[in-house]
Design a protein around this ligand. Structure first.
Ligand code: HEM
Length: 473
């Protein structure tokens, strides 16, 4: 009968093997560590990656950064749970206690707050990176869909966390945010009641949001995120390519060299992992510095009887709140966001005209068309906001029509028609192919959304009145 080898190194080896599931002999400490790391890492990365995809300016490390931020959020979130109780009586005082009595409490709260906000931006930028490098093309179309779901979860996690400090900012931002649900036909009211645990934001809402924030949403992020990373591992990351030369793409020696580089593979460990490690350390250091300097906001305790003026939604919903000021609420809160979601989900399943995966902005013309889209949106969106604010009053012009038509279907029809015209013009005037024209349209929509968000955050004052730049300064 063979007994258990009692020597410490033999026990360590057995433990390590049980983790790494690796039967190869482990010679010394370094090789042991290497095996464990290698095997854990090989679950998320392939053993070799294309040398070209190590180029930082391709992914900008955004997907990895999202994972890092999620990890920080879980770590700091668990620490916060030790101090925080989600009731209207305790929530706000727990925040004060955390900031003044608990060692490093303010820092932990700051780290959690800023990482959460940064995550929304990082995931949005990651979406743009994937879009503009064609990373959403087959076979990665479903991973894009998973990504859209992750984006919604990240926003949901932020929104539910927003209420937890139970201060004026939290209370009224959530009141404004959840009131948008009421515009959903038929299910809006019951859904709002279910989420709020009643007819308005109360202790029941705090309990619901806490459950969603610390258990349900993180669990969904974990499953969807694991699926997402697994798909990246299986489909492999799209490989960056240079712009094809205009004359003869296949004959040019530069293209041949670039293609050779593309095919060249290097071991993931250390080439990719060392870059990720350094990047993570740098980001972590910057984040700790920022969180040491800038405190997460905390206003006066929530007062349901006294609404601040203006009552604004969380910053990432300000684009939607701005839309609500221009459209019938059902359109601003439901129809337009739903159309945007459907567009995002369907896009990777459309037919693509050209093979431009891995090329930033598809082609040289694609780049120019993207600029055209950005400039158009930067000029037209503020103009339309000003026009609607000071000149045009559609419901007053068409008093016989219900406002859902005069302030809903008619302006929406106008916007959709203009977007279609833009698409047709881009194709006709610049001889852009469908990919380039669609990309330009996407740029118009993204830039318009960003412009609306900025207007909502910075240029809306008391009573949500529009303030012109010189009034803001
Ligand atoms: C919590 C949110 C997310 C996490 C943690 C995450 C993580 C990652 C990581 C680590 C990668 C590989 C490296 C990189 O591209 O930077 C990746 C690739 C990818 N992600 Fe995400 N992602 C998230 C959200 C999204 C969103 C919102 C979308 C789009 C709607 C998306 C679509 C994709 C696609 C299609 C790829 C493959 C791209 C390619 O091969 O070029 N992801 N993601």
């Amino acid at each position: 009968m063979t007994g258990i080898d009692p020597r410490p190194e033999a026990i360590t080896q057995r433990v390590v093997e049980s983790i790494s599931r690796d039967d190869l002999p482990l010679v010394d400490d370094r090789s042991r560590l290497r095996y464990v790391m290698n095997n854990l890492i090989l679950h998320i990365h392939p053993s070799k990656v294309s040398k070209a995809s190590l180029k930082f300016t391709y992914t900008w490390g955004l997907g990895g950064l999202a994972i890092l931020l999620l990890t920080i959020l879980v770590g700091t979130g668990i620490m916060l749970m030790f101090v925080y109780t989600p009731t209207p009586e305790t929530a706000y005082t727990d925040m004060l206690r955390l900031q003044t009595e608990v060692n490093f409490g303010q820092l932990v709260r700051n780290l959690h707050h800023w990482s959460g906000n940064l995550l929304v931006i990082v995931v949005f930028l990651h979406l743009l990176r994937v879009f503009f490098t064609g990373g959403l093309r087959p076979p990665r179309e479903f991973n894009w869909v998973l990504g859209v779901f992750l984006l919604l979860l990240v926003v949901g996690a932020n929104f539910t966390g927003y209420l937890l400090p139970w201060d004026q900012l939290a209370y009224w931002a959530v009141t404004v945010g959840t009131s948008l649900l009421g515009y959903l036909p038929l299910i809006g009211e019951p859904l709002a009641r279910l989420i709020l645990g009643g007819s308005e934001v109360s202790g029941a809402t705090l309990t619901n949001f806490y459950g969603l924030h610390v258990a349900i949403i993180p669990m969904l992020v974990f499953f969807a995120g694991s699926f997402h990373i697994w798909r990246v591992r299986k489909d492999s990351l799209s490989v960056p390519r240079n712009l094809p030369k205009r004359s003869d793409p296949t004959a040019s020696s530069a293209t041949v060299k670039a293609e050779k580089e593309q095919q060249e593979k290097v071991p993931t460990l250390p080439h990719l992992v060392s870059i990720e490690f350094v990047f993570a350390l740098v980001v972590l250091a910057l984040l700790v510095l920022w969180a040491s300097w800038v405190n997460a906001p905390l206003e006066a305790a929530a007062d349901p009887n006294h609404s601040p003026n203006p009552a604004k939604a969380a910053w990432y919903f300000m684009g939607l709140q701005e839309l609500l000021l221009h459209f019938h609420p059902m359109f601003g809160a439901i129809v337009i966001p739903a159309l945007a979601m459907v567009g995002l989900l369907v896009f990777p399943y459309l037919h693509f005209d050209s093979d431009s995966e891995g090329i930033w902005f598809r082609s040289l013309k694609g780049r120019r068309m993207a600029w055209v889209g950005a400039v158009t949106a930067l000029v037209v969106t503020p103009l339309l906001v000003l026009l609607d604010e000071y000149v045009l009053d559609l419901p007053a012009l068409m008093p016989s029509l219900p406002s859902v038509i005069s302030n809903g279907w008619i302006p929406l029809g106008f916007v959709l028609l203009s977007l279609w015209l833009f698409y047709v013009l881009i194709k006709a005037l610049f001889r852009a192919n469908r990919d380039e024209a669609r990309q330009s349209l996407f740029v118009v929509l993204v830039v318009s959304f960003v412009v609306l968000t900025v207007i909502g955050i910075a240029f809306r004052g008391e009573g949500m009145m529009l303030m012109l730049p010189w009034e803001v300064l």
